[in-house]
Design a protein around this ligand. Structure first.
Ligand SMILES: [Cu+2]
Length: 246
């Protein structure tokens, strides 16, 4: 992990662009911080106490202010294009759907099964002890082949469309190695899409302090090569169960 310092390993297609933007932001503001201190020290050493003349105000006050404002707008515009406009713009229709549900204090991942349609859920039907942690309605045929797992297993190289839900309080779904972070809010469903590139096991965390067990609200996202994922998927579909398995 130290080889990738200061960032975690990057296993997402959109990751390198985000990392470049982050390093750019940090470099610019570290340089400005240094420059501000040099200017401050120079002023102290020179002991120039008289305020600048009115006709110089443009050069010493307004011009730096305008340049800083332009810098902020440029960086904000670039970030918006990289993050908001690309992660939330809507996935391709062929993207693989996985529903992520956060509850105190676990993450559950539901796959729609062979029919590619999620069954309806109801809070009244939630019974983790009985193998139905997200409340799948047994009366709905679309939900009969849905299966729920406590590990997010996805193929490399395929776009994944996550739909994020929370059952009790606000949780923060964060997969640092996939450069994905989005709050899950009760009563709302948020979509966020990404493509994983490097097979491996990566941590999933909760980034909202959601209660006493917040520290242990962790999971694993396992990125598999496409053929291995296909085998895994067939095995899960054959099991035809909604019980949570590790
Ligand atoms: Cu949480």
């Amino acid at each position: 992990m130290i080889a990738h310092w200061p960032l975690p390993v990057d296993a997402a297609l959109h990751g390198p662009a985000l990392d470049r933007q982050l390093i750019l932001n940090l470099s610019i503001f570290a340089s400005l911080f240094l420059l501000a201190n040099v200017v401050l020290l120079t002023a102290v050493v020179l002991r120039r106490s008289a305020p600048p003349l009115a006709h110089r105000r443009w050069r010493y006050e307004l011009l730096p202010l305008l340049l800083l404002a332009a810098l902020f707008f440029t960086l904000a515009f670039r970030s918006t294009r990289l993050w908001a406009a690309s992660r939330y713009s809507g996935a391709e229709p062929a993207a693989m759907q996985v529903e992520v549900t956060g509850m105190q204090f676990a993450w559950y991942f539901r796959y729609p099964g062979q029919d590619a349609a999620f069954g309806t859920t109801s809070p009244r039907l939630i019974e983790p002890g009985a193998g139905n942690p997200v409340g799948i309605d047994p009366a709905d045929n679309s939900g009969k082949d849905d299966f729920v797992r406590s590990m997010l297993v996805i193929p490399a190289g395929k776009e994944i469309d996550l739909r994020l839900r929370a059952l009790d309080v606000i949780h923060g779904f964060a997969a640092p190695s996939l450069r994905i972070k989005q709050n899950a809010i009760p009563g709302e469903t948020f979509h966020v899409h990404f493509t994983a590139t490097v097979p491996g096991d990566y941590p999933v965390l909760c980034t909202q302090v959601c209660g006493l067990g917040h520290y242990r609200m962790q999971a694993i996202v396992r990125v598999l090569p496409p053929d291995q994922f296909h085998q895994w998927l067939i095995a899960q579909q054959q099991a035809q169960t909604t019980r949570v398995q590790p």
